[in-house]
Structures are given as structure tokens and as C-alpha cells.
Design a binder for this molecule. Structure first.
Ligand SMILES: CCCCCCCCCCCCCCCC(=O)SCCNC(=O)CCNC(=O)[C@H](O)C(C)(C)COP(=O)(O)OP(=O)(O)OC[C@H]1O[C@@H](n2cnc3c(N)ncnc32)[C@H](O)[C@@H]1OP(=O)(O)O
Length: 128
């Protein structure tokens, strides 16, 4: 489904999903407080890049099964963030990847690792 409220990122995928690169400039309203970008948004960006590693590796829909995030420096809003993910392990039903968010000057903002599992085209949550 198209999501006009999503980040509209255009991932660059290299070497069949070994590397994924995303750029994103989160808007001001995504701050937690004091112009600091909310950590949930940083987690989302890491998740997005890691998930694309999985999707491109399996070449089918895939979801995050696990995500671990470390917040290293505060990020301002309205500034371009660079998100790089790299595949670290592949097994039949699990892709593991690591990712980092940096500022243009190289400042490390957040790092994460995640595990992604393939799902069927018809994968969908149950409505309660
Ligand atoms: C070409 C196609 C184009 C498609 C174009 C789409 C483009 C669009 C891109 C959008 C990009 C958005 C990026 C956002 C990505 C999200 O945010 S996805 C949303 C968040 N994630 C979810 O909702 C996933 C929810 N979880 C689930 O649905 C299920 O738990 C899963 C992940 C499918 C796994 O379920 P399952 O297959 O039933 O597996 P389960 O029974 O839990 O475990 C079986 C075995 O798998 C292994 N396993 C499971 N979890 C783990 C784990 N965390 N660690 C290690 N092993 C594990 C274990 O061996 C496990 O066995 P046990 O140790 O339990 O004995």
C-alpha cells in the first residue's frame, strides 16, 4: 500500500542486498524535545535499512524479527541523515545486518543490529 505519511526513502541497494544506503531529513515535528530527533525515528531508519537488506537478499517480502539500537549522539531535526546497512550473516530463514546513522560530517548518531525473516506475499496482521 502507498503510504503518503511514510519517509518516502529511496534505498540504494548494492550487491544483491549486501549494502543498503538511505538518506533522510526528518522534519521538525519528529523531535522528542529540545530539537533532538526522537530515538524512535532513528530506530525506524535503522530498521528500514536493515529490512531492505533482508528483502533484497531473500528477494521476497521480509519483516524485522529483532532490532537492537544504541543511541550514541543526539541528532538535530531538519538535517540530512545518512543510513548505511551491511549484511553480516545469512541463513535459510534469517538475515542479520548492522546499520549506522551518521551526520554529513561523519558524527555517529546511532548504530543497530537486526534480524530479518522472509514472509509470504499474503503476510498480514490479524485484526482483533
Ligand atoms: C521483492 C519483494 C519486494 C517487497 C517490497 C516491499 C517494500 C517495502 C519495504 C518496507 C520496509 C519497511 C521496513 C519496516 C519493517 C518492519 O517494521 S516489519 C514490522 C515489524 N515486524 C513484525 O511485525 C514481525 C512480527 N513477527 C512475526 O510476524 C513473526 O514473529 C516472524 C518474524 C514472521 C517469525 O514468525 P515464525 O515464522 O512463526 O517464526 P517463529 O515460530 O517465531 O520462530 C521460528 C524459528 O525462527 C527463528 N527465529 C525467529 N525469530 C528469531 C530471532 N529474533 N532470532 C533468531 N532466530 C529467530 C528461530 O529458529 C525460531 O525457532 P525457536 O527458536 O522459536 O524454536
Amino acid at each position: 500500500m502507498e503510504n503518503p505519511f511514510g519517509f518516502q526513502v529511496k534505498p540504494e541497494i548494492k550487491n544483491g542486498g549486501e549494502f543498503v544506503y538511505i538518506e533522510c531529513t526528518p522534519a521538525e515535528h519528529l523531535q522528542g524535545w529540545a530539537n533532538i530527533l526522537h530515538g524512535g525515528i532513528l530506530s525506524t531508519l535503522l530498521d528500514e535499512a536493515i529490512t531492505y537488506v533482508g528483502i533484497s537478499t531473500f528477494n521476497q517480502p521480509a519483516v524485522t524479527a529483532q532490532l537492537e539500537v544504541r543511541f550514541r549522539n543526539p541528532a538535530p531535526t531538519c538535517v540530512k541523515l545518512h543510513v548505511c546497512a551491511e549484511r553480516i550473516k545469512v541463513s535459510k530463514r534469517l538475515v542479520e545486518a548492522k546499520a549506522a546513522v551518521t551526520l554529513g560530517d561523519g558524527t555517529l548518531i546511532a548504530t543497530g543490529t537486526g534480524k530479518v525473516m522472509p514472509v509470504s506475499e499474503s503476510f498480514a496482521p490479524k485484526s482483533p
